[in-house]
Ligand binder design. Structure first.
Ligand code: IVH
Length: 677
């Protein structure tokens, strides 16, 4: 029996260690499979010896559904709120108030502040007695909250038992429960697929997840806990510094914010705010400001509080990223391939410091999902440089004359019928090249920098050329004469000559650029390059069957079909012949070798634990193929290779919609790239 008890204790200790490494430190120590094996072993032993099961065992996170809902809990120490600062002046005033008050107390030296991001989640307090989690409660009105222990126990970054030594016999740790953006997005996608209600933002999702009657539901939600404070502490003396206390909590098993810093001086505090504001969109979770707290707990006590907010702390808030405005009209824009995109025309509104008057609505399904009417009051969200988005309408504010907007049946530009094929989200104008909008977009794409790179031919000039019916297709561009251009308003001799020169220069191109310029549906820069490298000659590509196309790296059946269809249309083939007739040419593609570097221009990131090679070896492989390899994920990242235990980089890549490969996926891609060469 003794041996079994020891075995169980050892397993629990190991699991707790791995859990801490994974969920608190973000540095997994073992592969998931090993964790699962240990967990299974413990579970089996506990099933054989139910008398040895304890509530703090890692197997006991998910309990039975609550009967009778959440009961009230009175806080031993009230949970305070924070005063706000909204500007640099407010911050200066806060620092002055603190200094003046301390001065009266005879404290003259400059004070350090503990600085952390202000997490946008739900404030909770966790009570540990003799190291075991005994109660978790919401903030409620600050005096009493709700008992949510059963649900909080399911959150992996909440320790069921404190680790290490020296913790007080009674310890209330306080912090925020939040849902990282990546997890929030996945949760909503799943809800959408299942036809269930989606959550408005990560905060609501966190709140809704905590308010589940059945902890098994909460357990499936990607919640995290990060600590930033404490309530009752009894039976042990802690350091006087708030910052040092939080670091102790970290050692005892809690996540603390990696951005936490101890800073002295108003200017340095402002710089911290600016720095976090700049990082805001890249963080994997939502924040709405930063919190500054006088670091010395003894001085906090002397400063005291006013009306439920401490004098020693302030929340310096970021400008709102969400605002209300009126949706005046929904317009429909036609893209290069005829895709009809509804656009919201808004009463101009300042969101996060930028005036917003348009927002894309993506497609008709989005309008239906949001149940948008013209005249609705809507919530606009804008994060960083991201395109503003309509989050939802406010139904209570819908005027009686609000109007539903149907998909037009004819193109607003060329009047050709608009069709939406069965099973497709996107509606399209059927006008093809005869549609002025599609023509303009196709020409804009053709002349763009990454395509034929024709300098000086911009949207305005193209519009004029189309209007005059001088340019109806790509090849017409090369038929333009100096005299024709000179005849245009506002066209001087010099710019006319420059345009003619730029057109002549663009004739010397590359096959990938030419393919990209054609604007074949679904064929971006990378696919164009893959196609060129794979087939070597345009003729071979034009003849290729769908099966042959699918054999090309990254070309799937849908793309293959679009490519095939493009080359089957006679007018496209004629146009290609015409362009070549005008003198467009490219150097022959050499029989590709490893030096062909198919990943040139791409930026890759490698993270997590890999099995068949080290991360450095994979990096070397990528670089040999021409890719740039960097350490962090951004909107510029082409692809992320993520092994088990990938943390914030994976979440970020997912939230940015960047393709992610696991090790097997990468090996297959590598094989294909080397094979294609
Ligand atoms: S300290 C007495 N630190 O902000 C100080 N609060 O407006 C107690 N919050 O209810 C709070 N991140 O939900 C503190 N790093 C942080 C925080 C934070 C988020 C929330 C918390 C609190 C609210 C106060």
């Amino acid at each position: 029996m003794k041996a079994i008890e020891q075995q169980i204790a050892a397993l629990r200790e190991q699991l707790q260690k791995h859990n801490y490494a994974y969920y608190v430190l973000d540095e997994p120590t073992v592969p998931d499979a090993e964790y699962d094996r240990l967990f299974h072993e413990l579970k089996q032993l506990e099933e054989q010896h139910p008398e040895l099961v304890t509530p703090d065992s890692p197997t006991q996170r998910v309990g039975a559904p609550l009967i009778g809902g959440f009961t009230p809990v009175e806080h031993a120490v009230p949970m305070l709120s924070l005063d706000n600062a909204f500007s640099a002046d407010d911050l200066v005033a806060f620092c002055r108030r603190v200094a003046e008050r301390l001065d009266k107390e005879g404290v003259r030296e400059a004070q350090a502040f503990c600085c952390e991001p202000k997490l946008d989640g739900i404030a909770v307090t966790l009570r540990y007695e003799q190291g075991a989690l005994v109660q978790a409660a919401t903030r409620g009105d600050g005096t009493a909250g709700e008992n949510i222990t059963a649900n909080v126990r399911t959150i992996p970054s909440v320790p069921l038992r404190l680790q290490g030594s020296g913790f007080p016999p009674v310890l209330e740790v306080r912090g925020e429960i939040y849902m990282p953006r990546g997890g929030f997005q996945r949760l909503n996608e799943q809800a959408l697929a299942a036809g269930e209600k989606t959550y408005m933002n990560p905060r609501n999702a966190a709140s809704g997840s905590l308010r589940q009657i059945d902890p098994a539901v909460t357990a499936k939600r990607p919640l995290e806990f990060c600590c930033y404070g404490y309530g009752e502490i009894d039976g042990a003396l802690l350091p006087d510094s708030h910052f040092d206390r939080l670091r102790l909590f970290h050692q005892w098993g809690f996540r603390i914010n990696p951005e936490m810093q101890r800073i002295t001086g108003t200017e340095a505090l402002q710089a911290y705010y600016d720095d976090i504001a700049a990082k805001r969109d890249a963080l994997p979770y939502d924040i709405d400001g930063v919190v500054f707290k006088v670091d010395a707990v003894s001085l906090q006590e002397r400063l005291g509080m006013v009306s439920r907010a401490p004098r020693w702390a302030t929340a310096y808030k970021f400008p709102a990223q969400e605002e209300l405005t009126v949706l005046e009209r929904i317009d429909f824009q036609i893209g290069r391939t005829g895709a009809v995109t509804p656009v919201a025309r808004l009463q101009p509104v300042l969101v996060g410091g930028v005036m917003v008057s348009n927002a894309t609505l993506h497609n008709m399904d989005e309008i239906a999902r949001l149940d948008l009417h013209e005249g609705d009051t809507v919530i606009i969200h804008r994060a960083g440089d991201v395109i503003p988005k309509v989050l939802r309408a406010v139904p209570e504010r819908r005027p009686s004359n609000a109007r539903k907007v149907p998909l037009p049946d004819h193109c607003p530009v060329c009047d050709a019928p608009i069709e939406r094929l069965e099973g497709e989200v996107i509606a399209r104008c059927t006008g093809g090249v005869t549609c002025g909008a599609q023509r303009l977009e196709a020409l804009k794409h053709f002349v763009s920098r990454k395509a034929m790179d024709i300098d000086g031919v911009g949207e305005k000039l193209l519009e004029t050329l189309i209007e005059k019916q001088w340019v109806m297709q790509f090849s017409d561009l090369y038929r333009l004469t100096f005299d024709q251009l000179m005849a245009l308003d506002r066209m001087g001799e010099k710019s006319a000559q420059n345009t003619i020169d730029a057109l002549a220069k663009s004739k010397q191109t590359t096959l990938p650029r030419f393919l990209f310029a054609l604007g074949i549906r679904e064929v971006g820069e990378t696919t164009a390059r893959n196609l060129a490298l794979h087939f070597g000659h345009l003729d071979a590509l034009m003849r290729a069957s769908e099966e042959a196309l699918i054999a090309v790296t990254d070309v799937g059946p849908i793309m293959a079909k679009h490519i095939r269809q493009f080359f089957e249309q006679e007018h496209n083939v004629d146009e290609i012949r015409s362009l070549i007739g005008q003198g467009i040419q490219w150097p022959a593609i050499e029989v590709p070798s490893v030096d062909a570097q198919p990943l040139v221009g791409e930026t890759w990131v490698v993270t997590g634990k890999l099995e068949t090679a080290t991360r450095d070896e994979v990096k070397a492989d990528l670089q040999a193929l021409g890719a740039k390899v960097v350490g962090s994920v951004s909107a510029q990242t082409t692809c992320l290779i993520a092994g088990p235990g990938a943390g914030s980089k994976l979440t970020k890549a997912e939230s940015l919609g960047i393709p992610v490969l696991d090790e097997a996926g990468w090996l297959a891609r590598r094989q294909a790239l080397l094979g294609a060469n």
